[in-house]
Design a protein around this ligand. Structure first.
Ligand code: NAI
Ligand code: MG
Length: 355
């Protein structure tokens, strides 16, 4: 039975990088007989121009019916003055909500060939291979809030954090399963010395971990984790944490790699999941054919791993990327003298040739 992938290129470099990722998916589909079917739909500013809304119903419904969604990026200066409710970025929020994307996965792997781009010293960053699992639809971002009230004679505002046991169980189970496919280690990050939600988080995590004796569980306070990421990032395998801490730590971890064009992400939903590079639509280089397609190609590898259970094909793509880098291919964002200067097409072909 064929499996349907809905491709949402979006704006800016979106169509250039999703074209590359689809070419790679088609190649592994042939090699491993995956029987993939592709369907493209508009979103973002492009959709606003076409149909007056950044997320047409037709796009959302197609995404819901798909086996997986491959997303490029949305936004750009062209839509700066659009009504805030119709801004391109609303498409991302609408998809998150519509698909119930509860877990955000942010791998940070520093390829041996690229350690020199890290802001950290080579011997510290070498071997870093982390998967951050962030809870995405609960916690303080979605709790009750008050924009302004008078309390004891002073104006104040507040945001309420709450987590339920099933919410924590769901995300920790996901992290444990992911660790089983990796190096069998989970670090749960909280602030249980101060926060009640963190104490519930910690005791629920311990309960879930009882079902995974093969996985080593570690607990860290978030402030310590922030430091450890900078001084000893290679100690981590899977990090699992709530929405707020995950937002901050995943961006901190992303800069370790030193190259925004390299990092993929996945947002896991109850039935359909969405895969996208962590960078935006890069309007400054859009249409020039020079964008780095690797983040989106690695997002496609995650799609195979997490939505289609095709680990072999996913491994193949990841190895093909590493090999292209080892062969010296560098897109402009990473180019230095002595390497092979590659535009989007050249980089994509180098990767295709390694599959
Ligand atoms: P950006 O990530 O688009 O670009 C930042 C810088 O990195 C730019 O100089 C860009 O040329 C470069 N860059 C990004 N991806 C690259 C790639 N694959 N290859 C080579 N260079 C790359 O972030 P920025 O400039 O803050 O935002 C631009 C637009 O993207 C905005 O409208 C923003 O709202 C939107 N955006 C959309 C996201 C999404 O769709 N999920 C996420 C982040 C931003
Ligand atoms: Mg963020």
């Amino acid at each position: 039975m064929s499996r349907k992938i809905v491709v949402i290129p979006g704006d800016g470099i979106g169509s250039e990088i999703t074209d590359s990722a689809v070419a790679v998916l088609k190649k592994v589909s042939e090699k491993y007989n995956l029987d993939l079917e592709f369907e493209t739909h508009p979103a973002g500013g492009t959709a606003y121009d076409l149909c007056g809304t950044p997320l047409p119903d037709e796009t959302l419904n197609a995404a819901k019916a798909a086996d997986a969604v491959l997303f490029g990026a949305v936004g750009g200066p062209k839509w700066d003055n659009v009504d805030p409710a119709l801004r391109p970025e609303k498409a991302v929020l609408g998809l998150r909500k519509g698909l119930g994307l509860y877990a955000n996965l942010r791998p940070v792997k520093v390829a041996d060939a690229l350690v020199e781009y890290s802001p950290l010293k080579e011997d510290i960053v070498k071997g870093t291979d982390i998967l951050i699992v962030r809870e995405l639809i609960g916690g303080i971002y979605f709790g009750d809030k008050c924009e302004s009230e008078i309390h004891n004679g002073a104006e104040r505002a507040w945001d309420l954090e709450n987590y339920s046991v099933p919410e924590v169980e769901r995300i920790v189970k996901f992290a444990m399963e992911a660790a089983k496919k990796r190096r069998n280690k989970v670090t749960s990050v909280d602030k249980s010395n101060v926060l009640a939600t963190s104490r519930l988080w910690r005791r629920t995590t311990a309960k879930v971990a009882e079902n995974y004796p093969e996985v080593a569980l570690d607990n860290l306070y978030v402030d310590n984790c922030a430091m450890q990421l900078a001084i000893n990032p290679s100690q981590f395998d899977v990090i699992v944490t709530g929405n707020l801490f995950g937002d901050i730590l995943s961006d901190e971890a992303a800069v370790l790699s030193g190259s925004i064009g390299m990092l993929p992400s996945a947002s896991i939903g109850f039935s359909t999941s969405l895969y996208e590079p962590i960078h935006g639509s890069a309007p400054d280089i859009a249409g020039k054919g020079i964008a780095n397609p690797v983040a989106t190609i690695l997002s496609a590898a995650m799609l195979l791993r997490y939505s289609l259970n095709e680990d072999k094909a996913a491994d193949d793509i990841e190895q093909a990327v590493d090999k292209a880098l080892a062969q010296g291919y560098r897109t402009l964002d990473l180019y230095k003298e002595g390497f092979k200067k590659a535009d989007t097409k050249t980089m994509t072909e180098a990767i295709l040739n390694n599959i």
